[in-house]
Design a protein around this ligand. Sequence first.
Ligand SMILES: NC(=O)c1ccc[n+]([C@@H]2O[C@H](COP(=O)([O-])OP(=O)(O)OC[C@H]3O[C@@H](n4cnc5c(N)ncnc54)[C@H](O)[C@@H]3O)[C@@H](O)[C@H]2O)c1
Ligand SMILES: [Fe+2]
Length: 382
Amino acid sequence: MVSRFVFNETSYFGWGSREVLIDEIKNRNFKKALLVTDDVLLKVGIANKVINLLDDAQFEYELFSDVKPNPTISNVKKGLRICKKYHCDYIIAVGGGSVIDTAKAIGIVMTNPDFKDIKSLVGVTPTKNESLPVIALPTTHGTAAECTINYIITNEDDKVKMVCVDKHSIPTLAIIDSELMSSMPSSVAAETGMDALTHAMESYITKNHNDMSDIFALRAIGIIYNNLERAVNKEKKSIEQMALAQYLAGMAFSNVGLGIVHSMAHQLGALYDTPHGLANALLLPYVLEWNGAVCSDRFIDMGIAMGLDMKGLKNFDAVKKVTQAVRNLAIRLDMPEHISKIGGKEEDIPTLAQKAFNDPCTVGNPREATLSDFEDLFRTAF
Ligand SMILES: NC(=O)c1ccc[n+]([C@@H]2O[C@H](COP(=O)([O-])OP(=O)(O)OC[C@H]3O[C@@H](n4cnc5c(N)ncnc54)[C@H](O)[C@@H]3O)[C@@H](O)[C@H]2O)c1
Ligand SMILES: [Fe+2]
């Protein structure tokens, strides 16, 4: 059995670690950056923490901030035009998954212009060339887009989130400066943390897991379960722990894939613009319980990693204990429990189910899911 692992070339961690950016740019002889961020991050002064470093060093950059949460093909096309017009030779992304994914798509099309329609990036993209170099500085502790080989762009015409998988898209350099995450509003901190927990759990139980991904996933599950609430309450040590754990979860799922929590969450994002982490937080307990029927032994490991007392628990009892702990965590974090609470409509269930069935994450799920299973799961979550 052959396992492939793709990691960043270099990553830095730690509160304030963005300071390394200037030497890294100098040493790599980069000339002009496309700096991708979003308007909220400009407004709250987080993007400026990086922009000020570039200004002080008198490095050239062109700013692009027209990126919405659940970024769209139009966002990518606009950034691409600016990148070309100003002859940028590398990209700096300062933001959450939406910003970093947009930067990744721009970087890929810059060096693989055959995909300039953007729609053709969907799936496993057969690009020939490495992306324009991307330096990613995440500002949320959720997606780990700074270390994954995929990016997600919403096709606004077809109302579908395109999952694009391409090892050429992994950022060259990741700077995980937890200080940049400390300004997240509590709702964003909670949602993105639940996204990271979903990554860790789905990659621990996926069909494709292996010994190396298990190490990353289990450690991430333990750290996230025991630190997320404190991170939401702005405890510095826990924010630092979350920054690390979301990256560990990213290394796991980027290399072995996810499951149907993500297949289903993508559809809520595409149809109702639900924040990605919130969609996962809502769906995770329902799907965990359903998947537990085929992999209860893995739930014992996850429970132990979370610090739960799993002594004597077997099969469905183990599944129930872990699922209940995750559900309680989501409730304590004020995550909604029902799709009806986020504007979902029951008549959309057939469409949601069909699109989730077709989502690339479905193949990695530990339990085979038919179209009618998706309909049932969506109906239960309504
Ligand atoms: N590439 C991947 O591997 C991967 C994995 C999972 C999800 N995703 C995608 O990533 C996107 C979601 O990214 P996200 O969950 O990181 O959220 P996001 O990037 O959409 O950000 C959510 C909101 O929080 C704001 N924000 C971000 N950081 C902040 C900070 N430090 N202070 C104040 N406000 C801040 C943003 O401006 C935005 O308004 C979705 O499109 C999802 O599908 C990608
Ligand atoms: Fe995710």
